[in-house]
Design a protein. Structure first.
Length: 285
């Protein structure tokens, strides 16, 4: 299927980034959200982001204007009726997403494809909430979307080869690199990244090295752009703990048990940058 028009459900952090990169690549994009305020904020955020590109001479003012002109916003899901591909990036809540997917069927064309940007919910389970499970796929973008090059394409058990091919073509057209991943907890990137970060917490808790030396070790020894403990602080220790708990419960394998130090830091309310204290301390301003 040839994708010409794209819809985005949810105008938050991820939704506005996804809308921006699709519109920049030339797709007409319809963004919907339940909150008009979120849509207004999204348009402002996209305008600011594009303006930054104009200032850096990565885009002309005319291209910026054309990109903005390709964007439409609405609080009514019916505005998605003509879209060939709808990418859902609403709040991470399974009940909410299942409700969106059961009502989207009645709105979009029968041959339209549906994708979810979920980070943690089973694509096979979400696909089952639609009447077109073979036309459903996971498109896992990374934050911030305009900067990050990767999109994980998650094949649910029901996803057809045609759906994968059409969505892969969209990812290439928006200038991102697709990787194909079978539906599985954490997909590929978080499945590997988060246990590595958890291991850094184990190492620190066992007194293997100081936080600074653990981070320096991984930066200089493995060429990581940021140390694992500093990255934990950026992600949020509560988010890290939730993901480890999902892995632990899903795989029933003790190798995914959360590090005791991570658990205790969350109990103490030391969640990282957002609370001003994690493995490092931050000035709240
Ligand atoms: P967010 O909270 O910034 O935005 C969610 C938006 O969804 C809000 O504007 C909210 O009003 C809207 N919304 C809620 N219910 C809705 C409905 N019924 N219809 C339409 N819109 C609705 O969240 P986010 O960080 O952008 O995350 C969105 C999705 O992307 C989640 O599934 C999340 O797991 C996934 N994700 C997030 C990141 C990240 O780093 N933030 C990375 C990859 C994937």
């Amino acid at each position: 299927m040839d994708i010409r028009t794209i819809g985005v459900i949810g105008a938050g952090t991820m939704g506005n980034g996804i809308a921006q990169v699709c519109a920049t690549a030339g797709f007409p994009v319809v963004i919907t959200d339940i909150a008009q305020a979120a849509l207004d904020r999204a348009m402002k955020a996209i305008d600011t982001s594009l303006e930054r590109m104009v200032n850096k001479q990565k885009m002309t003012a005319a291209d910026k204007a054309a990109t903005l002109a390709r964007l439409t916003i609405s609080t009514d899901m019916k505005a998605l009726a003509d879209c060939d591909l709808v990418i859902e990036a609403a709040t991470e809540n399974i009940g909410l997403k299942q409700k969106i997917f059961s009502s989207i069927d009645a709105v979009v064309k029968s041959d339209a494809l549906i994708a979810s940007n979920t980070s943690s919910i089973s694509i096979s389970k979400l696909a089952a909430a639609t009447k077109r499970p073979s036309q459903f796929i996971g498109m896992h973008f990374f934050n911030p979307v305009p900067v990050m090059a990767l999109v994980e394409l998650i094949r649910g058990m029901q996803t057809s080869d045609e759906t994968l091919a059409a969505v892969r073509a969209v990812v290439v057209k928006i200038g991102k690199a697709p990787i194909v991943v079978r539906n599985s907890p954490g997909f590929a990137v978080n499945r590997i990244l988060v246990p590595m970060l958890n291991e850094a917490c184990f190492a620190l808790g066992e007194g293997v090295a100081t936080p600074e030396d653990i981070d320096e070790g991984m930066k200089l020894g493995c060429n990581h752009p940021i140390g694992p403990l500093a990255l934990c602080d950026m992600i949020g220790l509560d988010v890290m703990l939730d993901v480890m708990n999902v892995f632990y419960e899903s795989f029933k394998d003790s190798k995914y048990r959360p590090a005791p130090l991570l658990v205790e830091m969350v109990e103490a309310g030391y969640l990282g940058r957002k609370t001003g204290r994690g493995f490092y301390t931050y000035d709240k301003k």
